[in-house]
Design a protein around this ligand. Structure first.
Ligand code: UDP
Ligand code: MG
Length: 315
């Protein structure tokens, strides 16, 4: 199978059939063998009904329904788990991403030797103040922190070689940083393609302004995890030892001073150095313990799924 098209969705009943027909038309005219995976992330409208009827009409359509809303990242995770195509395309369900881009994206990952190609909505049809401006700042920060030179991390339209998605774990709200995850998993050939973008046709966006706050926090997490996730002791241990040494240095000074230099002077507990020594040694021990616990957790961690699938169709 050439292509798996993974589409996470939440309450997009109006768009689904139109999107399906459009994708099918593009697939037929390019003679691709394909599957379309709709992941219903706990919709409360008629989305699942539409998916169920598409599944019965077209055997290339598969559906997954979550018991409740688990978020776009979890929906992608479930789609990636099920995908069988040589290349995997992700796209949003709201008709903002254009299916006509799929053939070129497919060529870029299958012949162009890219591990991953990310769409770039160069000309966007979203609100300027609430989306375009914060998004520029956000992408700049993401580029600086991660070292992945993409203009548009949050673009829903992306293409992957199958191997890439089978080897990364999209957790939390990390869907914005799949390219970063891919890079830290060792897939360095990351490409970018300018894609057409449309205004949302039906319904409204599922993410509010909190997307930027969450996005920045996730960025810090991902930076930390990709740098120290597998060796927490190297960070916490080093900081802990450093703090402890500072504290130890001060106590040594106090001890020598009290014993040999000025035994009749102020009480040790009246001196500021005492408190510095105390705090630094306690914090140092805590940090060291954090690193130690981190190492133990890494060794005992199992990869449990973070979602519950209600039902699966055509699989
Ligand atoms: N989505 C989802 N789960 C969520 C939120 C969104 O599966 O919890 C889907 C949504 O239905 C759409 C895609 O993710 O297909 C992108 O969402 P949206 O269009 O609201 O984001 P925007 O285009 O505003 O970035
Ligand atoms: Mg959208």
């Amino acid at each position: 199978m050439n292509l798996s098209i993974v589409i996470p969705l939440l309450n997009e009943e109006e768009s689904l059939r139109e999107l399906h027909d459009w994708i099918v038309q593009v697939m037929r005219s390019n003679r691709f063998s394909y599957e379309i995976l709709f992941i219903d992330d706990g919709s409360t409208d008629g989305s699942w009904k539409v998916i169920a009827s598409l599944c019965s009409e077209n055997p290339c359509v598969k559906g997954i329904r979550f018991l409740r809303n688990f978020g776009k990242s979890q929906a992608l995770h479930a789609g990636f788990h099920m995908a069988q195509g040589d290349a995997v395309i992700t796209m949003d369900a709201d008709l903002q991403d254009n299916p006509e881009e799929i053939p070129e994206l497919y060529r870029m990952v299958s012949e162009g030797h890219f591990d991953l190609v990310s769409g770039w909505k160069k000309k966007r049809y979203d609100s300027i103040l609430f989306k375009n401006m914060p998004s520029k700042l956000f992408n700049w920060a993401a580029r600086r922190t991660s070292g992945v030179k993409l203009h548009d991390f949050n673009c829903g339209l992306k293409a992957y070689r199958k191997e890439v998605i089978k080897n990364i774990e999209v957790s939390g709200e990390m869907h914005r940083y799949i390219p970063v995850l891919a890079k830290s998993a060792g897939y360095m050939n990351i490409g970018e393609k300018v894609v057409l973008h449309q205004a949302r046709k039906y319904g409204k966006t599922k993410f509010g302004m909190e997307r930027f706050i969450n996005g920045f926090l996730d960025l810090i997490t991902i930076w930390f995890v990709s740098k120290f996730g597998r060796r927490p002791m190297h960070l916490f241990g080093a900081l802990g030892v450093m703090m402890f040494m500072i504290g130890f240095g001060f106590s040594l000074y106090l001890g020598i001073d009290k014993l040999f230099i000025d035994p009749t002077g102020r009480l040790i507990t009246d001196r500021p150095q005492f408190f510095i020594a105390l705090t630094a040694m306690i914090i140092g021990t805590q940090l060291f313990l954090a690193g130690f616990l981190g190492e133990i957790m890494i060794r005992s961690r199992k990869n449990e799924p973070r979602y519950t699938i209600e039902k699966t169709l055509n699989d």
